[in-house]
Design a protein around this ligand. Structure first.
Ligand SMILES: O=c1[nH]c(=O)c2[nH]c(=O)[nH]c2[nH]1
Length: 296
């Protein structure tokens, strides 16, 4: 005998672009995002008995993503995700939860001769602003906001020594190394009971995003890093301090290694230790360091 242990379904990779046209100033603003929307509820029989009467077609879910982008602001993405998810609970009594993921792609305004251009933009980084929302009848609106794919490197100001040395160890201790990573930072909000509660004080979401991005960059640059572990913990602490309604902050950081190359075989070139200039960036394997920090 088998039983359906878990089920959710919907549309993924729905690409959406929205423009805001300020008629008074002639300035336009744009948002591009990729949306995933997966529904849960009393949908078991669609799997077990071929009963499509409980299925809101994924094509209709895709249409709803566009319609809600027309009806509501898409900024901040936390509010858009809350509106979109709540719609499915309001509209379909047999749907109990909507799981929404929004990935916002960067479009920064182009400056021409020092002046912001009214309708032209460029991609000023491959990092994305993400939101994962779960809107459910039992728990309300659960939101996680994130920065993903923010690539950073520092050429000094990072050490790693004092780690376990035993018969498995070949890595040398270092007081000066390259540190590079692709930042994936996530902050979890207190649960909101309603969309109205998300909407009230909605500026908190943009403020937290800007704070998290700035704290990540500043701490990465300025910390005399003892390890990835210690530097990321400092970032978490500071975000918790800045964003009062955030309950948990987490980072997942690959340690992207840059190996020194001994070039002494060629004309006795010195290229290690304090003389190192030319390095070999590694694709893998890489360290992967994660943590979550909560309020005590
Ligand atoms: O910052 C680091 N943390 C580690 O746990 C580790 N392990 C390693 O080999 N290099 C590093 N660097």
């Amino acid at each position: 005998m088998a039983r359906l242990a878990a089920a959710r379904y919907g549309k993924d990779n729905v690409r959406v672009y929205k423009v805001h046209k300020d008629e008074a100033t002639g300035t336009q603003s744009v948002t591009e995002m990729t949306v995933c929307c997966l529904l849960e509820g009393q949908i078991e029989t669609s799997y077990t008995e071929a009963d499509n009467s409980v299925v809101v077609a994924t094509d209709s879910i895709k249409n709803t993503i566009y319609i809600k982008a027309k009806e509501h602001p898409v900024n901040p993405p936390e509010l858009y995700a809350a509106h979109l998810g709540q719609h499915f609970l309001d509209k379909y009594p047999h749907i109990n939860a909507a799981n929404i993921k929004v990935i916002v792609h960067r479009w920064a305004r182009i400056n021409i001769d020092g002046k912001p251009h009214p309708h032209s933009f460029y991609r000023d980084g491959n990092d994305t602003r993400n939101v994962e929302a779960r809107i459910s009848r039992e728990a309300g609106i659960e939101l996680k906001s994130a920065i993903q794919g923010l690539s950073v490197l520092k050429s000094t100001g990072s050490a790693f020594h004092g780690f376990v040395r035993d018969e498995f160890t070949t890595l040398g201790e270092t007081w000066d190394r390259i540190l590079s990573t692709d930042v994936d930072a996530t902050w979890t909000w207190k649960t909101f009971p309603t969309v109205a509660a998300v909407e009230q004080g909605v500026d908190r979401f943009d403020q937290a995003f800007e704070a998290a991005r700035n704290i990540t960059l500043k701490t990465f640059a300025e910390d005399e890093s003892a390890s990835v572990q210690n530097t990321m913990y400092k970032m978490c602490e500071e975000i918790l301090e800045k964003a009062a309604e955030v309950e948990l902050v987490g980072y997942s950081l690959p340690n992207k290694h840059y190996f020194e190359i001994d070039l002494s075989w060629h004309k006795g070139y010195k290229n290690t230790g304090k003389d190192a200039e030319v390095y070999a960036p590694q694709s893998g394997p890489n360290g992967l360091i994660k943590c979550e920090v909560a309020r005590s």
